[in-house]
Design a protein around this ligand. Structure first.
Ligand code: GUN
Ligand code: ZN
Length: 438
C-alpha cells in the first residue's frame, strides 16, 4: 500500500462547469462520499458505497460526519498590502486610495515589513479556505519577493505581481517605464517555475500609468505567454471620468487597455461595475475575465455589478474579495454579498452558481483550472472541510435546510472563517480551526 494515500469520508461537493449554463449536470454531490488523495493529488472522488470496497486493505479512513469537503476557494482579486486598511469608514475610491491605501503601501519598500504582512495575509487566506489567489503587491519589487517566498514556503498555488504606476500617485510609490519593466522581468526570471507560483503583469489602473507604461505592460504580456494581466477597470464614476480625461481618444475604458495589448485570454479586470454591453462582449470575445468584488463595491459605494448582464454577454466572471476595499477574506461571505447585490437588481443568484464562481470559475479566470478548482481525479488536492454547524445559529439553520441549495445558501449568508474547519494544500493540512496541524 502506498504510504502517501489519504482517505476522507464526508459529504463531497464540486462543480464541473457553470451550472447557470450547463444546468445541474455540472453539480457533483455525494451525501456520503469518499475522497482519496495520493501523493498530493486527487485519486478518487465519489460515493462511499461505490468506492469503499476498492480501498487497499488497511487504509485508514478519516471519518468527518456532517462535514462537506469541497475544492479550496479561489480569490480572483485581492491586495496583500491592504490588510491594514480593511474597514475604512466613509471613503470612495479615489479619496480612499489617497488617504488610506497609498500611505500603507509605502511601507512595503521594507522587506521585514513585507515579510510579516505576507505571512499574516497567507495565513488569513488559508483560515478562510482560500487556497489560490490573484494578488496585487505594491510598486516595490521586494513586496512580491516577500509574498512569493511566503507562498512557496506554504506550497500555495498563487499568482502575484508588482504594481506598475508611473503617474498620479505619491512619488514614493511611482516607478518608471524602464524600472517597471526591469523589476517585472527580474521577478518573472527569479520566480518562474518555482513551486506553484505564477506571475501577473499588474498595471494598477489606467489612471496611474502613462501610455508608455501601458504599452510596456502589453509588451511584457506578449513576451511571456505564461503570465497573466491583472488590473482594475470601471469601478467608480469619478475614476471613469478621470480615464476619459486622460485618454480622450480611446473610446471606452476597455479600449484603453485594448489599444495597448492588455485584453487577452489571460487578463483579469477587477470590478467592471460600469462596463457596458459592448465592452462586456469584447471581454467575452477575448476570453478575458471580470472579477466581481461585491464586498468592495458596497464598501466604497462604487455601484452594482450586473452578473446577469455579464453572463448574457458571455463574459467570464469570477469572485474577488478585493481586500482591503473589500471587508472580508471569506469567499463564503463574498458569495452572500454577491447575492445581495443581485437582489438589489432583481437578480437572485443561485447558490450553486455562487459556489461555482468561488471555485472553478476563479480557477478558470486564473488559467489554473487544469490543476485546481475541482476535485476531479488528477487535480492537486487543495480542499476545504466545511462545518455547516459551526455556530449555534448555523447548526439550527442547517438542520432546517430543505435542499443542497438551501444548505449552501445559508452558509453563504451566515458563514465565514468559522465554517472552515480545515484547509488542505496538496493533501497537507495547512489550516485547522482548532489549531492542530500535521
Ligand atoms: N483601483 C486602483 N487601485 C485600486 C485599489 O487598490 N483598490 C480598488 N478597489 N480599486 C483600485
Ligand atoms: Zn482591487
Amino acid at each position: 500500500m502506498s504510504t502517501n494515500l489519504q482517505a476522507f469520508r464526508a459529504s463531497l461537493l464540486h462543480l464541473l462547469d457553470d451550472p447557470s449554463i450547463a444546468g445541474d449536470e455540472a453539480v457533483v454531490w455525494h451525501e456520503d462520499g469518499l475522497l482519496l488523495v495520493e501523493d498530493g493529488h486527487v485519486a478518487a472522488f465519489g460515493a462511499w458505497d461505490e468506492l469503499a470496497g476498492g480501498l487497499p486493505e488497511g487504509t485508514a479512513v478519516e471519518a468527518l460526519p456532517g462535514r462537506i469537503i469541497a475544492p479550496g476557494f479561489v480569490d480572483a482579486h485581492i491586495h496583500y498590502p491592504q490588510t491594514d486598511v480593511v474597514a475604512a469608514w466613509g471613503a470612495r475610491l479615489l479619496d480612499w486610495l489617497a488617504s488610506h491605501t497609498f500611505p500603507v503601501e509605502q511601507a512595503f519598500e521594507d522587506r521585514a515589513h513585507a515579510d510579516a504582512a505576507a505571512a499574516f495575509f497567507l495565513d488569513e487566506l488559508l483560515r478562510n479556505g482560500t487556497t489560490s489567489a490573484l494578488v496585487f503587491g505594491t510598486v516595490h519589487r521586494t513586496s512580491v519577493d516577500a509574498l512569493f517566498e511566503a507562498a512557496l514556503a506554504r506550497n500555495m498555488r498563487l499568482i502575484g505581481g508588482k504594481v506598475l504606476m508611473d503617474r498620479n500617485a505619491p512619488p514614493a510609490l511611482c516607478d518608471t517605464v524602464a524600472s517597471g519593466r526591469a523589476d517585472s522581468e527580474a521577478l518573472i526570471r527569479a520566480w518562474r517555475g518555482r513551486g506553484r507560483l505564477g506571475y501577473a503583469v499588474t498595471p494598477r489602473f489606467a489612471v496611474t500609468s502613462s501610455d508608455a507604461q501601458l504599452a510596456m505592460a502589453g509588451e511584457l504580456a506578449a513576451a511571456h505567454p505564461d503570465i497573466l494581466v491583472h488590473t482594475h477597470m470601471s469601478e467608480n464614476l469619478e475614476e471613469i471620468a478621470t480615464v476619459e480625461g486622460l485618454f480622450p481618444e480611446h473610446g471606452s475604458y476597455l479600449g484603453v487597455y485594448d489599444r495597448f495589448g492588455l485584453v487577452t485570454p489571460r487578463s483579469v479586470f477587477a470590478h467592471c461595475v460600469h462596463t457596458d454591453a459592448a465592452d462586456l462582449r469584447r471581454l467575452a470575445e477575448a476570453g478575458a475575465s471580470a472579477a466581481f468584488c461585491p464586498s468592495s463595491n458596497l464598501m466604497l459605494g462604487s455601484g452594482l455589478f450586473s452578473l446577469k448582464q455579464a453572463c448574457a454577454c458571455g463574459t467570464r466572471v469570477a469572485l474577488g474579495t478585493d481586500v482591503g476595499a473589500g471587508a472580508s477574506f471569506s469567499l463564503l461571505h463574498v458569495m452572500g454579498e454577491a447575492y445581495k447585490v443581485g437582489q438589489l437588481q432583481h437578480e437572485a443568484l443561485d447558490p450553486l452558481h455562487a459556489f461555482y464562481l468561488a471555485t472553478l470559475a476563479g480557477a478558470r479566470a486564473l488559467r489554473i483550472e487544469h490543476r485546481v478548482g475541482s476535485l476531479t481525479p488528477g487535480r492537486e488536492a487543495d480542499f476545504v472541510v466545511l462545518d455547516p454547524a459551526a455556530t449555534p445559529l448555523l447548526a439550527r439553520r442547517a438542520a432546517a435546510a430543505r435542499s443542497l441549495r438551501d444548505k449552501l445558501f445559508a452558509l453563504s449568508i451566515l458563514g465565514d472563517d468559522r465554517v472552515v474547519e480545515r484547509t488542505y494544500l496538496m493533501g497537507r493540512l495547512a489550516h485547522a480551526r482548532d489549531g492542530a496541524k500535521d
